[in-house]
Ligand binder design. Structure first.
Ligand code: CTP
Ligand code: CA
Length: 233
């Protein structure tokens, strides 16, 4: 449980958070999307604002969620829109958190008119293009003293465990912190609770017990403030 009276320990901190899923249009009525609810990103924004931070929340598509009190909310749809909004928010932020589920691929072309089926023509084949890696780009553009946080949903496979994949992803992206959720079996997507690990760039690894998404948010903000305090000494 999050205590009723939260510390105002994020006073003066400007944070930019992305949440929810992107949608990549195929034609005027169809898109490629994902099941992200946005709940974890919204919880991060709400808790940060309650603790005194100046919050910009860039939200893609989400379940129906109340706007977090005290946060500036920008709504986006595609990965490209999310990228533009996050780059401009990040330019004025001390902490950047990419909690959004960004589509890795988008349809290579967007039909101007609704795609029709026809008995005289072959069925369409979808060609996809890679979307930009927004987190990696925000790391490359990082301002002095800025802290960058990523999220990763991982399953283990024949190439490695959840944590091995996650440590490799953190190194690849160059972020300061990575929140890792193990997925599969109905975990994480759309649920009220979350669990996982918090990884730091120096190889640190802290388990996050199963709890409300607001609880995980509080743990992440504690880790961010601890990291920033270490760096400023
Ligand atoms: N992310 C991003 N831009 C993308 C894809 C992902 O900024 N085009 C961010 C997510 O918001 C998240 C982090 O990168 O903070 C990790 O996302 P994830 O999908 O786990 O990583 P990917 O690099 O896309 O690798 P994978 O092939 O495992 O999906
Ligand atoms: Ca991905």
């Amino acid at each position: 449980e999050v205590p009723a009276a939260l510390p105002r320990d994020l006073e003066g901190l400007r944070v930019a958070i992305s949440a929810g899923g992107t949608r990549e249009p195929l034609d005027p009525v169809r898109y490629l999307g994902n099941r992200s609810s946005g709940k974890q990103g919204y919880a991060l924004a709400r808790v940060a604002a309650q603790r005194g931070a100046e919050v910009t929340l860039v939200a893609g598509h989400t379940a129906e969620l109340p706007a977090p009190a005290g946060a500036t909310l920008a709504r986006v749809s595609t990965a490209e829109e999310l990228r533009t909004a996050m780059r401009s928010a990040a330019a004025e932020a001390d902490v950047v958190v990419m909690a959004a589920a960004v589509a890795d691929f988008r349809p290579a072309s967007r039909a101007e008119h609704k795609i029709k089926k026809s008995d005289d023509a072959p069925d369409p084949v979808l060609t996809l293009d890679r979307n930009p890696d927004i987190l990696a780009e925000l790391v490359r553009e990082r301002r002095d003293g800025q802290t960058v946080v990523g999220f990763a949903a991982e399953t283990g496979d024949e190439h490695g465990s959840v944590l091995e994949h996650a440590h490799a992803k953190l190194r690849r992206k160059g972020a300061d912190l990575l929140v890792v959720n193990a997925v599969g079996d109905g975990k994480a997507f759309g649920t009220e609770d979350n669990s996982g690990w918090l990884l730091t760039a120096d190889g640190g690894e802290e388990a996050i017990p199963l709890g409300a998404k607001a609880r995980l948010a509080a743990t992440l903000w504690d880790a961010v403030t601890a990291l920033r305090a270490r760096r400023s000494r």
